[in-house]
Design a binder for this molecule. Sequence first.
Ligand code: AMP
Ligand code: ZN
Length: 111
Amino acid sequence: MCIFCKIVNGEIPSNKVYEDEKYLAFNDINPKAPVHILIIPKQHIAYLADLDDTTKYIMGDMTLIANKISKKLGIDKTGYRILINNGPDSGQEVFHIHMHLLGGKKMAFTV
Ligand code: AMP
Ligand code: ZN
């Protein structure tokens, strides 16, 4: 079982910031910004590239959860970034799809 599935089932602890029937959000263990939260579906899907017509709604759901958390944490006006890594060149380390929510400072890296 992957590390994020273990967080979902409680085998590995996490600092939860949001939970519902299908999703979980928790603080990143190695934060790259004052706000650095990971939003994951409870369903195990390894890659963004694995999403298909039956699972594409997950992108929309995770985005709305990110927006909701940004308001709760008061970064909705200062701004934030959502980011998903997919595959080797992106630096993906955990192979369970997750959306990074980053905020609370000016981002050093701009595209
Ligand atoms: P990625 O490089 O997109 O796969 O991101 C994986 C993220 O998971 C990294 O930012 C890690 O710091 C984070 N991470 C790894 N293990 C844990 C954990 N047990 N609890 C919270 N965050 C974690
Ligand atoms: Zn998993």
